[in-house]
Design a protein. Sequence first.
Lengths: 176, 203
Amino acid sequence: MNWEYGVLDEEGRECVLSSLFPKSWCILVLFRHSECMECNLLAHELNELQGHLRKWGVSILGVGNGEVSSLHRLRTRLGISRSVVLCSHVERKVHKDLKLYDSFWRAWGLKAMWNTIKGFQQGHIQTSMGFPMGQQSGVVLLNPHREILWVHRSKFLGDIPTQSTILEQVLLHIGE
Amino acid sequence: MAWALHGANILILCSFLVRDILALRLLSIGAGILFCTYFFAHDMIEPIVWNTLFSIVNVVQIGRMWMQRRKIPLTDEERFLYEGYFSSLHAFDIRALCKEAHVHRIKNKDSITLSGLGVIFDGDLRIEDEVISKGSFVGVRSFLERKDISMEGIVDQDVICIQWSMSSLRTWADHDPNRNNLLLRALSNDLLSKVSHVQSAKE
């Protein structure tokens, strides 16, 4: 992938995704939008891991696909650090090219419903219910040459990689 | 016998007010006993059977919780793991981790073959020119790659090494996400210190 996708930064300016990549190792996080349970769960995992990722020189780049204003909400509501670069890509071409899952049952199936309940139990909150909410989310580990080393494609709502899974992949690839 | 019914309901009410699940279950058992007393006096068998079942479930769960909460003395190896890497885990988890481990006591000038993941509890171990000192892990890469690779090391002093097989450590860690997180963070810190050591040696 050449990462030449048109995106909007937090100020709503048009730019190319590749220009937002850091020069270091990078975890690319693809969000559907900022209000759902999955974003809550994923942001929580990444927030806790961020300090440790920084030690390894790994930066985080978040790509949402909602309105630009939702990025600001995402940052403030979920406590995402200023060091994390966020942008919006409404066309979702990145999501499609990464072959992320998108289906009605991904968001409304039994596993998705169960994870929503578990999320509430863990103290997370879903602030809006869009429809059909065909979510496409995933996490990608990239080296400084922008090569994809690992992809987690969320099969159903709440199917997020845990802190240990992300850290394991980082150690496995950076350690080499 | 109305007192038993009122007493049971007061205990149920109290159980809703407490925040500790252990206290809640104990109050629930007390209420069950009073309910049974009341229903026994009125020859009502079905509610007695149901309340007995509830109490059995509560007793079993209290037993499990007590097993996890009880204060257990840690051995030197367990305390080393607890204080060094897993301080936010319960002693119960550390005991389970050590149960899976094999403690190697290697005499001076001896060699040892290790597989899986190990941590040096005392002394220095030398593997292919690399000196692994106290508190460092052995076999991190093979653990991350999920390959059970054997390594041969020699020692210039008495060494104690705590070692786990790949499968047993994975099973222990997969039991609880917190265990897995702490283990991976410990390995990450270990690799970071090795990287900085190599970099400072180059400089």
